[in-house]
Design a protein around this ligand. Structure first.
Ligand code: SF4
Ligand code: SF4
Length: 410
């Protein structure tokens, strides 16, 4: 049982329930976990998951289909880890923004243990055990079949993968690789094209992988680590001479940075997210914006970029540098941001829940009165567009690279 690896962590959970409900000034008493908010049953919280894990380890519970239903409902958004014991109400009290930097500056130098329970890793280990027993939801079995057949999560022809780059004058072999990812390649080519144009404007020479395949991100999140590793190893073979890989997807960036090293050791190249590359170029004046983009925007933190990789500042540096753009933050945001419903394989395992989570997020977006949602992940963009269409809302969604491309006049 893979869960055995994390048994010490499971035992550390003291079932305090901070990850289930909390009190804060602005939101009052509220449920933390987005899935718990909708399902209203303790099973769906990290505390519930960790109780299930404890019983599985003790042998008083066995994996079965009913249990798998609960195990695959988590979005792996990590909000529970953000509020786990050491953080608690302070996260909500500060609107979710800036808390970790205070903790880093004040608490860490005192060498006080701040480690939350790794509830998502525990959840993913239970998922791997379920996949080994064939207990995962049918939607995830279909996802695995598509990836196996086509090398991408959409089941689209591999031969069409680079269509988005047609007409762009790119280097054939550069040490920097733009890893577009499945969604930008097939479902949001405008994001990949905008990224290419902005990188060219900065003066970064880059090339693409001739046979890029899925990073495995969603497979790792849903326990299919065997297929995830197969995809990752294929890409790694093609990246042998790369010095830097720039990801457009937050999930891919997280996976290359945290999943791949688990079986391949430290990466022989630097892994960056496009928001980091753009923010660096703004800071050292290699990227300047000259065109006005007059819009009131809010920013949607992708869970794997924010809580996953602690990248909150760089996308905001990009947005704040765009002339005419006003940024209005949601509440809660950043460390405390609610998941939009696109994470943890939920769009495949439970599409209805995925949309409901997005609609719930819509209430926070509307409260800002923004007419545009900016994000820094093509998967989030595609998901939010579906949510807005479902809710018959006309809010525009753009990736920050599209806004950057607009602001340089491309
Ligand atoms: S996961 Fe953390 S916050 Fe949740 S019950 Fe366990 S110790 Fe408390
Ligand atoms: S990762 Fe997100 S969805 Fe899963 S239990 Fe934690 S807060 Fe809930």
């Amino acid at each position: 049982m893979r869960l055995e690896i994390l048994k010490e962590d499971v035992w550390q959970c003291n079932h305090c329930s901070m990850c289930s409900e909390m009190v804060c000034d602005q939101a009052g008493f509220y449920k933390v976990c987005p899935v718990y908010q909708l399902m209203e049953f303790e099973n769906y919280t990290a505390r519930g998951h960790n109780t299930i894990a404890l019983y599985l380890l003790e042998g008083s519970l066995n994996y079965n289909r009913e249990l798998a239903e609960v195990i695959f409902k988590c979005t792996t958004c990590k909000l529970c880890e953000e509020v786990c014991k050491p953080m608690g109400n302070a996260v909500a009290g500060l609107g979710g923004y800036g808390l970790k930097s205070i903790m880093d500056a004040v608490i860490k130098p005192m060498q006080i243990e701040m480690k939350p329970i790794p509830s998502v890793a525990i959840m993913e280990a239970m998922r791997t055990d379920c996949v080994e027993q064939g207990l995962e939801p049918d939607g995830l079995k279909e996802l695995a079949a598509r990836v196996t057949a086509s090398g991408n999560i959409y089941g689209k022809p591999a031969a069409d993968r680079l269509q988005w780059a047609a007409g762009l004058n790119l280097a054939s072999q550069a040490p920097t690789i733009l890893f577009a990812g499945d969604t930008a390649a097939y479902e949001a080519p405008e994001v990949a094209q905008a990224a290419a144009r902005v990188l060219q404007r900065i003066g970064i020479s880059f090339s693409l992988l001739s046979d890029e395949r899925a990073s495995g991100a969603v497979l790792f999140r849903t326990g299919n680590i065997v297929l995830g590793e197969k995809m990752a190893r294929h890409n790694l073979d093609l990246l042998k001479s790369a010095l830097e890989v720039i990801c457009l997807s937050a999930g891919d960036y997280y996976s290359l940075s945290t999943d791949w090293p688990k079986f391949a050791g430290s990466m022989p190249f630097k892994v960056n997210h496009i928001s980091m590359v753009l923010a660096d170029a703004i800071k050292d004046k290699r990227l300047r914006f000259s065109k006005n983009v007059p819009v009131n925007a809010t920013y949607e933190d992708p869970c794997y970029l924010g809580r996953g990789m602690n990248q909150y500042a760089d996308p905001r540096i990009v947005l704040k540098a765009i002339p005419g753009l006003t940024l209005t933050e949601m509440y809660p945001t950043a460390h405390g941001a609610w998941c939009c419903g696109n994470c943890g394989g939920i769009p495949d395992s439970d599409p209805e829940l995925s949309i409901k989570l997005g609609v719930r997020k819509l209430s926070l977006i509307e409260a800002t009165r923004a007419s545009l949602v900016a994000t820094s992940c093509p998967e989030v963009k595609v998901h939010l567009k579906k949510v807005f269409a479902h809710a018959r809302k006309t809010v525009e969604v753009k990736d920050i690279v599209e806004l950057a491309a607009q602001a340089i006049g491309e």
